[in-house]
Design a protein. Sequence first.
Lengths: 397, 379
Amino acid sequence: MSDLKKFREDTKKWLDENCPPSMRSGADSNIPVDEVWGGRNAKYKNPESKIWLDKMGEKGWTMPTVSKEYGGGGLNKDEVKILNEEMFLIGAKAPLLSFGIWMLAPVLLEYGTEQQKKEHLPKIIKGQIRWCQGYSEPGSGSDLASLATKAEDIGEKFLVNGQKVWTSYADKADWIFALVRTGPKEPKHDGISFLLIDMETKGVSTKPITLISGKSPFCETFFDDVEVPKNNLIGELNAGWTIAKKLLQHERAFISNFGLAAGMGSTKDVVSIAKKHLGDENGKIQNEFYRSEISSHKIKEHAFGLTLKRAGDEGGKASATASMFKLYGTEHNKKRHELMIAASGINGVAWDGDEFDDSDKNLTRAWLRTKGNSLEGGTSEVQLNIISKRVLGLPSQ
Amino acid sequence: MKLVLSEEEQFLKDTAKSFADERSPITHFRKLRDTNDPYLWDRDLWSEMTKLGWPGILIPEEYGGSNFGITGISVILNECGKTLTPSPLFSTGVIGAYSITNFGTDEQKKNYLPQIVDGELTTSLAIDETSHHNPANTEITAKKDGSNFIVNGKKIFVIDGASADIIILLARTSGKKGDLSGLTLFLIDSSTEGIDRIKLDMADSRNYANITFDNVEIPEVNILGDLETGGETVENILDIGRIAMASEMLGNSEAAFETTLDYLKQRKQFGVLIGSFQALQHRAAEMFCELELTKSSVMAATKAADEGSNELQRLSSLAKTVAGETLHLISNEAVQMHGGIGVTDEYDIGFFLKRARVAEQIFGSSKYHTERYANLSGF
């Protein structure tokens, strides 16, 4: 038996023995579903969510390509493909959603010291520590490099003072990776450092922001004389901007998946909504104007999916195209939600109460949430600037 | 299905690029137009393409071809599209070669394929009868008369119809307008008595004809494929044609975009390069994204054709729609961003606009294919 064949058999067997029934598709719909983000204070409505996370974390299969010494799965590309296929076959749920995995871990692997990797990667992989991202500030949105939260050198530690905003789930996170100003006299890009801060440190506080969707996934995060050990600095002092940009590419690659109906952001398919609310005869949406608009949209979605696939097949060109995917994926996701609420008619703007289905009310909120997609991780306009300058080589003014 | 070119396909693309740059830059097309060339394509250039083996790319080796696949011929058309190179490669090397290879009898293959490989015989597909593409609306009749069929009616907008030696005709042998059934394909020598060809002057200055058939006798053995199944057959031929045309249109878009980008980097107004204006930068960046989507769509379609995927029809409509919309956008923006010179005949960019609008109509517009995509997707 070839190594890969054996790996497939072993994986199949392991999944069969370790993936709890409620973590597979087709599970009893009465069992509550958790969005598993892990962390010190994680709570689980379904205990099997925790079991599944622990099993997968132990194997290192939440980050299968990371080497075993950092707690990863130590798998090669072929083995990862097999793992994904076997998980897909039994409809296994992703065990962990994590900014640590999506954003911080790739940066730690590239810029972290040996000690930092050994300290943080295993906890990310096992879902023991939940991370949040401290980038934007009230005065620094698109012009992120103008950020003002300062970290002063006070000997063995940094003293951090300032405020971050749009920190996703800061109120639930254990640690934050933050951009701070360490070189106040340097040009703005050259005075920024990348710092890891424990949210339990004295002087850190958070306050949720209520969005137009009625939900509060984001917070303001305040730092008031927060003391941070110097070995929490990632990379060189004042070299944080390079790391920040790298991390944004990982973030953008992740957000661009929202553009696909199969991506995380999706609730329902626009076609089924249109058929439900506009009529369906012989399998056709009974309104030519909506049908035509939906088809145009589906064509774009298809072409976008093929482009993500092509980028993967070509390999390694991510940095040039990350902005394009971020731009297109988020604009596309917004458009899809606009089409979904339009095709739902009055039900598409339902807010609360028993007169409407949960699916309608959820759609309204999901639609409002998408408005943030083209803002977070760099606005669409910033992506267009990046493409113009870095990809097309157009001159600055 | 991997969305990358194989080494051989990339080599073919590189060869085609050098060829188009050296042998048929846009000045080549301009000269054909200005001299009012009767074919609007150059016979010497065609024989050079023949020497490179291009007309035989879809033809099996036993007939002298290289059997190199749809992706192979599409990357060549893509490069030719960049310099607006006119040639019978689309109507003969794609449509003729594919049709006869896949649906011809042994006799027909032996007769025609080696001649196509040698560049001695060109073909054209006579399909449309009204201003909007729709094969089911075929009305031209072919009536059985002993061992012959008698054809009466008119075909319009036949690509390379003014020069083709063989006409591939879609005609109605039964049923009525609107049915895809009851249609049959025929191979007809264009010099047959009763055929009258009227050369068309189209905006893109390429070779097209309207063709009338007045009691034209066609022997039964000239049926391509089976009697009465021409509707299905022609849809398959058209899908291959749409994909190849989408690839050529992608080439049109890429070149128009590159030219425009160069212009943004050299034209100065208000003392600065106009490419530094954000109003133009963002539009250029959007065009770049649309181009990337088009590349993926075209490649997925050509690979699907080569792999015999059951997604061929949907991907064909996808590619033709996306390529059409992207070319529409870029051809308009290119003219606008060039400013005044963009609307002069002396400058090449206007050629792309004129070619764009004609190509958009070939074998169905984006609107036609958006509708077809919805039908094929089950909504």
